[in-house]
Design a protein. Structure first.
Length: 69
């Protein structure tokens, strides 16, 4: 993790930067809800930053994929 609290490229990923592990450790009771909320938050940040909308996560596809898991 960088000094400013942002995630970066690293050999050993800090837990806070690992969405899957954070979900397993802190949100095991409702992992699907957590993944959806995280995707919505990411989409919001993409919009706020004015990034290309192609970076956004398709929530319907995510829900379908989580249902398959």
């Amino acid at each position: 993790m960088l000094v400013d609290g942002k995630c970066s490229v690293y050999e050993n990923r800090p837990l806070i930067c690992n969405v899957r592990r954070m979900t397993e450790v802190f949100y095991s009771a409702d992992p699907t809800g957590h993944y959806i909320a995280s995707a919505q938050a990411c989409n919001h940040m993409i919009e706020e930053a004015g990034l290309d909308p192609s970076y956004k996560i398709d929530i319907e596809e995510l829900i379908a994929a989580l249902g398959d898991g």
